[in-house]
Design a protein around this ligand. Sequence first.
Ligand code: PDD
Length: 286
Amino acid sequence: MTRTVYVNGDYTPEDQAMVSVFDRGFLMADGVYEVVSVLGGKLIDFEGHMVRLKRSLSELAIANPLSDDDYLAAHRELLARNDITDGLVYLQVTRGNPGDRDFAYPPADTVPTVVMFTQSKPGLADAPAAKTGWKVVSVDDLRWGRRDIKTVQLLYPSMAKMEAKARGADDAWMVEDGRVTEGTSNNAYIVKGNTIVTRELSHDILHGITRAAVLRFAREAQMKVEERAFTIEEAQGADEAFVTSASAFVMPVVSIDGAAVGSGTVGPVAVRLREIYLEESLKTGV
Ligand code: PDD
């Protein structure tokens, strides 16, 4: 089946979809994105992703071209056309096509480009990796200073992912000034006793939508949450570690730079939080 993608209001076979070579997203990484997971045909945490999309656009002074209802309708249309039960919907909004290359932003009435596509991932919630956990390695965080804006400039995270693979790991935890910022495409956590530690929100990390939900569920389950930065050494000495994202949900981390975390196997807190997250977010899925 040829995948149908969305480009500026049209539903098009993927091999016929077109975006200009002058699009600012292509030339300048001048665009933002969201990834929403789909479980049992339902969009998970959709509202939170829309709130963050609007914040990212506004931080870059890109006009939001669609209403939340339009975005929702397009997500649903793509799920139906591509027969998606479990998977992801990727949404990207760029500053559009000014018709030439220039460092200055084009006039404010330049129409943003909106692209959306689906990725089918049957059994997404039952990923085998959730049973064995991820190995992570540390790398320097060499990204820019506004990581709270979900821009499409993902080259450094991509390089970090490749370094992790080359070192026999599943992902990299990025470190700045001696402290972990986040994973290449996820937020990072450690667990010590009944306390979950994760870096506080700032310009240094993406404000994960899954993070917000998981911390809420953790507090409701009477766990203590400390929002502060931690070092790799502290993480290696923790009882457990895990990451969260829209595509990995809650994913246990079992080793860091070759050192086992806790027992070196998937820990009970991560397992429980994954269960709660999947259960609760399915209830509120749209
Ligand atoms: N990445 N931190 C970074 C750097 C991310 O790229 C992501 C998400 C997260 C987690 O955010 P959320 O819980 O809202 O998905 C944290 C997406 C999944 C991606 O790029 O594919």
